[in-house]
Design a protein around this ligand. Sequence first.
Ligand SMILES: [Zn+2]
Ligand SMILES: [Zn+2]
Length: 395
Amino acid sequence: MLERYKRIEQLGWDMQLLKKAKVLVVGAGALGNEVLKNLALLGVGNILLADMDVIEDHNLTRTILFRNSDIGQYKAEVAARHVKEIDPSVNIIPFVAPVQKVFGLGVYREADIVFGCLDNIQARMDVNRYCYQTNTLFIDAGLRKIDGDVKVFGAPYNVCLDCILTQNMRDEAWRRFSCLKLRTRVEEKPGPTAPTISSIMAGFQVQIGMKYLHDASVPIDSRISVLGYIDDITTSKLSHNPMCPTHNLYEPIAETEVVQLPYQSKQLKVGELLNLVQQDMGRNAVIELDYDLITHFDCAEHDYHKAIIRRRGYVYTDEVACPMCLERDEVESHALMQEYFINHIDSESAPAILNKTLAAIGTPLYQIFKAKAMKKGELVYKYFEISGDRGMVFR
Ligand SMILES: [Zn+2]
Ligand SMILES: [Zn+2]
């Protein structure tokens, strides 16, 4: 290997291995910057980065990869550019989008490690579920002022992030949304954190990740807590929660059951996917969606109907206001709206949905769909991967 990496190789680390590695970095804020900086210094080969935010001036006290002149630009794009300045051989691909909309299960299945650098529970829960379903190592960090923690989850996934959440924390995931779980235009900002603690926690994240790539023992099912106020570090074992929604509602995808479909989510229509699935599994086959797909809203008082086919979490309150309620000057005019949503696609699904592309109903890239059908009185499952998307992610 290059002279550049001599000192890394002297650590006993294999550059060949680091160059081949594929990692996801979710979030390009304080933690994401530090994680990316470490990955860049180590010359880690392939990085996929997702973040939807733009750089604001107050970010600059915690983000080594951003400069004054970057304000107003997308964090993911700027971070990727500066990573390439550190090591031009690093193949980093930025995605300006929420992680749920961009990385499908196929992406997680091919990744070696997922670094969680997020500041909200909802995204963490969604990333956790995809890691669990694909048995991918998930190294998640969280910060609070000058405290922080790193949690490590991995195969065989005896414990997942959802196991250790309280119901209150799960509810909080939706707390910034309205009663109908609609998005409001005013987003809550996360609390303050020091650049010192993000650097410490991201250091742990990447170091554990590098050890994992080399098959060294890593603290799976553990939490490393750094208490900045008393300069203390403790590692504790996390335990499985028998009531964990993720463990109870989902299961790891068995590699043998995945059918590869050579289509792209931006071209393949929902109805076409249903046809392919039904050709394989029979006419009664049903495709499961792993999110709520909102289809329309009706006003409870007026004869008003609004069609919005969109993934839950991406509909804004002001998009579903009934004009007659608005006229009456109802402050929370969306509150009277009744929502309708679906969780599966079958032969009875509305043509308006069947005619949409997979991308248009909120499917992330390189997704793997689960389908079920009755066969000889028994329920059978199969997975279908939108393999044509692969080249859009792993470039
Ligand atoms: Zn769990
Ligand atoms: Zn109304």
